[in-house]
Design a protein around this ligand. Structure first.
Ligand SMILES: [Zn+2]
Length: 57
C-alpha cells in the first residue's frame, strides 16, 4: 500500500519512533504512536512553526 497522504514523520517523545503524520492532521489533533501506543498531541512551536508531538495522557 503506498503511503499516500503522509506529509511528514515526527518522533515520538516516549520511544523516539517515527510517527507518520497524515496531511489531514492539524495542530491539536490526537495521534497514536504505532509502536508504544501512547496518545500524542500535535503541537506547533511558537517561534518556528515546526510541528512536534507531545504526550497526551
Ligand atoms: Zn512511541
Amino acid at each position: 500500500m503506498p503511503l499516500k497522504g503522509i506529509s511528514t514523520y515526527l518522533s515520538c517523545p516516549v520511544c523516539d519512533a517515527d510517527v507518520p503524520i497524515s496531511e489531514d492532521e492539524k495542530v491539536g489533533d490526537e495521534v497514536y504512536c504505532p509502536y508504544c501506543q501512547v496518545p500524542l498531541k500535535l503541537r506547533k512551536t511558537k517561534d518556528k512553526e515546526d510541528m512536534y508531538l507531545e504526550e497526551n495522557f
